[in-house]
Write a protein of this length. Structure first.
Length: 82
């Protein structure tokens, strides 16, 4: 994902893969209009795939790339016993 909330600025080095974007984010783009060009075509396709519940299609790609991209920031666990 080259821009927006899930871009390289917040998720270095190259942002979140399109297949791991949350469905809510894709639906927001669907309502407001996808970007022009190849990126918009890919986002529209992934949105349709996720809307019909076929997200499992991406599992072989995720497995080859080390699993699903984590979107939540891990909580820092700090214990102070003093």
């Amino acid at each position: 994902m080259p821009f927006g909330k899930f871009g390289p600025k917040d998720y270095p080095p190259s942002g979140v893969p399109l297949m791991d974007l949350p469905p809510e984010y894709l639906i927001w783009f669907k309502e407001g209009g996808f970007p022009k060009g190849r990126l918009g075509e890919l986002m529209a396709t992934i949105c349709e795939i996720k809307e019909v519940g076929m997200d499992s299609v991406f599992e072989p790609l995720r497995a080859a790339n080390g699993g699903r991209h984590k979107l939540r920031v891990p909580k820092r666990r700090r214990f102070d016993f003093e």
